[in-house]
Ligand binder design. Sequence first.
Ligand SMILES: NC(=O)c1ccc[n+]([C@@H]2O[C@H](COP(=O)([O-])OP(=O)(O)OC[C@H]3O[C@@H](n4cnc5c(N)ncnc54)[C@H](OP(=O)(O)O)[C@@H]3O)[C@@H](O)[C@H]2O)c1
Length: 317
Amino acid sequence: MEIKGIYTADEHRYDLSAQMYQRCGRSGVLLPKVSLGFWHNFGGVDPYERSRAITHFAFDHGITHFDLANNYGPPYGSAEETMGRLIDDDFRPYRDELFIASKAGYDMWPGPYGNWGSRKYLMASLDQSLKRMHLDYVDLFYSHRYDPETPLEETLQTLVDIVKTGKVLYVGISRWPLEALKTADEYLRSRDVPLLIYQGRLNMLDREPIDNGVLDYCHEHGIGFIAFSPLAQGLLTDRYLNGIPSDSRMARERFLKKEALTPQLLDYLRQLKKEADSRNETIAQQALRWVLQQNGVTSVLVGASSTTQLATNLSVI
Ligand SMILES: NC(=O)c1ccc[n+]([C@@H]2O[C@H](COP(=O)([O-])OP(=O)(O)OC[C@H]3O[C@@H](n4cnc5c(N)ncnc54)[C@H](OP(=O)(O)O)[C@@H]3O)[C@@H](O)[C@H]2O)c1
């Protein structure tokens, strides 16, 4: 599918504003309740015009927040390159309406300086991300994972310093344990760079941030919480009820393994489908609504391989 001509965003994109946006913790930032992630479907291996159509659909329906990381692709870096192309082709005039996030923390380049949480890695990675995305700044930069070896103060001071460079407006952390989250919150607050948001996996099959107290901590301390993989990478949909479609994430077997589809899970999904049918809903809508109803959740960060999927996911608003 080729998109011709210059993109003009839908003039009705903010019609649902009152329902769509939610304050992120105790900050000045409003985020859409449904945000779009670029982990899959936006890499160099994916058709650009499809990624572009999904992004247009998102923005045309009020999704202002796009979530990336240095290593999203494949290959690594290519989701950010797709974003750079989208900025050049379509979104430069809308830059101030977008809230774009990137991250560093997982392996990105070879050698001792392309991974984890050192100042050396985070600073260099951010510069690379900005180049790939053709941006002067990102709205949000995350430490992508907790690094048990690097002193927390080194990672946290780097987050403070990058905000002061003007290349980043807000900072977040992803998948840090509760004790480290508390340290980060106190350290950053005392240096006037409050932690905007915590990114963690939360869905009906994985309630870890509820069980380990992270969600409550964020809620009580004015930190936003964005739930990644709210559909458990597609398990919490009707995608796998009748086998494994050849174009699905599970068929690619990298991040979603076939072993995940146990008879118990299938029973659970069939039960969910019955409940969803009785309400004229899909499993996906039910699963997203469940996450959004948890106290302290600012946004569900969905992935989508088509505009149809995204439309279903958006209909929970
Ligand atoms: N911080 C971290 O460590 C971390 C880790 C993981 C993800 N994330 C972020 O979270 C984002 C979302 O993660 P995710 O992609 O795992 O989220 P997800 O929403 O749980 O799964 C998305 C996948 O589910 C399927 N799907 C989505 N909507 C559907 C629908 N309505 N009906 C049927 N199938 C549907 C699609 O799979 P098919 O491709 O099979 O169609 C889609 O690619 C990522 O892009 C990334 O930005 C962050």
